[in-house]
Design a protein. Structure first.
Length: 199
């Protein structure tokens, strides 16, 4: 008579589901009463299992510990002195400590930058909804139209006022018109050298 499936699974360090699957697929054989001969099963397990497909090496048969006589049997598995501590791979926020120590962008920095970008985007969207912002292209086009309208008004001004001014000053109307037109064009040329800063 052998041992139970669960006992053999504990001895090999695998789940009882893995042992049942091994029996079902024929990698190991069970006795007629459903128990397992551990020595025979170990030989079959080693011979019928591809080492590259194993998750971890099976525990040797000589390493079996009797839970009744073991001095550490009262300790939980995580508290046994031979247990190797596992370093945490993430913090409560889901951030890898290794990522924080590296010189590159960590997950925390990336999340912070993403949140800042969201806040700025929402601020601009809210300002646009309130009518505090307009499109840059629309603003430039509007300024251009206003400047062209003002330029055309100034170019037409000498023709409208030169005759009346000449009569008031008792001078030649044509000569006054030419003088005013030249002065206005010179003034507009000076204004055209100004370049607004749109940045």
């Amino acid at each position: 008579m052998g041992i139970s499936i669960r006992a053999y699974a504990r001895a090999r360090g695998v789940s009882d589901t893995a042992v049942r699957k091994a029996i079902k697929t024929g990698r190991i054989s069970a006795q007629a009463d459903g128990t397992i001969d551990p020595v025979q099963a170990d030989v079959q397990w080693q011979g019928n299992t591809d080492p590259a497909l194993q998750r971890k090496a099976a525990a040797p048969a000589t390493a079996k510990v009797n839970p009744v006589t073991s001095p550490n049997s009262s300790l939980p598995p995580t508290a046994k002195p031979n247990a190797t501590p596992v370093a945490p791979t993430s913090t409560a926020a889901g951030i890898s400590p290794a990522g924080l120590a590296t010189g590159g962008t960590s997950l925390l920095q990336a999340r912070t930058a993403n949140e800042l970008l969201k806040a700025q985007t929402n601020k601009v969207r809210l300002a646009r909804m309130k009518g505090e912002l307009i499109e840059r292209a629309q603003a430039i086009a509007q300024v251009f139209r206003l400047a062209r309208t003002e330029r055309d008004a100034w170019l037409n001004w000498p023709g409208r006022v030169s005759a009346r001014m000449a009569a008031d000053l008792n001078v030649d109307a044509h000569a006054l018109h030419i003088a005013l037109d030249a002065a206005v064009r010179e003034h507009l040329a000076e204004l055209g050298e100004l370049r607004p800063n749109l940045d």
